[in-house]
Write a protein of this length. Sequence first.
Length: 332
Amino acid sequence: MKIVAYGIRADEKPYLNEWSKANPEVTVTSTGKLLDETTVDLAKEADGVVVYQQKPYTANVLNKLASYGVKNISLRNVGVDNIDATAVKQNGFKITNVPAYSPQAIAEFTVTELMRLLRNTKTFDRKIANGDLRWAPDVAEELNQMTVGVFATGRIGRAAIQIYRGFGAKIIAYDVFHNPELEKEGIYVDTPEELYAKSDVLSIHAPATKENEHMLNDEAFSKMKDGVYILNPARGTLVDTDALIRALDAGKVKGAALDVYEDEVGVFNTDFGSFDKIPDERLKNLLKRDNVLVTPHIAFYTKKAVHNMVWFAMDANKSLIETGNSDKLVKF
Ligand code: COI
């Protein structure tokens, strides 16, 4: 049995080696390169491929894989929004993801960023760097006084709720699917609009779909409380960045923590050498603001998560090859 692992980073390699040692019957080949037109041939003799990338998995590449008889694809991440769904269905691919490598990693980071926003730490870091050690006027707000609106109560949303509760925040939530435990507690509101109207903090944990692209747009912001805080550790496409900038300029949004950005592919996880060389003026506009925390899609990036992404994806791919099935199969 042969598995080819694409896009393996240096920090993933030790976990891949561990997995390989524990599964000596599997021949594992790995490359740091992503799966695209130039590398797809590496999979020619494989029974399955294990991948992670933010760049699209195009129909062209998927058709080529299928022509080599490689139909088992295991993602090392959760999101499946960069896969050409038509090509998946037409070729009968079996695709797995890792739905829960560490929901807590993302939840912990989201709340960390919220606390940084509420306590004005970016402002104080800047002031201190300039020798200004005064308090005023940057008096903080307390989370225990606030209502947090959680948009989507999947694993990550639920992990975030647990932490928000520890801070004593009031929680409300919106989701099409109601979690039975949370339902019993009566935290759900009926519409996104109700969530917007009642939340001091909006914590977004939805996957990206065609339907929710730019769901946070001018109209949505206009329905929110004045001075709302926006947290997006989910997907950049959920937020209309221009509308967010307008809402920040108007003071409608008091602060935002963005671990994702709609044009992040090819920009995040890249070293440009200096701030000036970052090739995206709109992103730089956000990065320069004291009340906006932009991070390069690092909420997931913990040792536990990276370990689980590699191990769970390799296990799932092996299971697909051996049994034609996996408990991590994604429906397209
Ligand atoms: C995902 O798992 O879909 C993520 O967003 C994290 C990714 C950057 C590895």
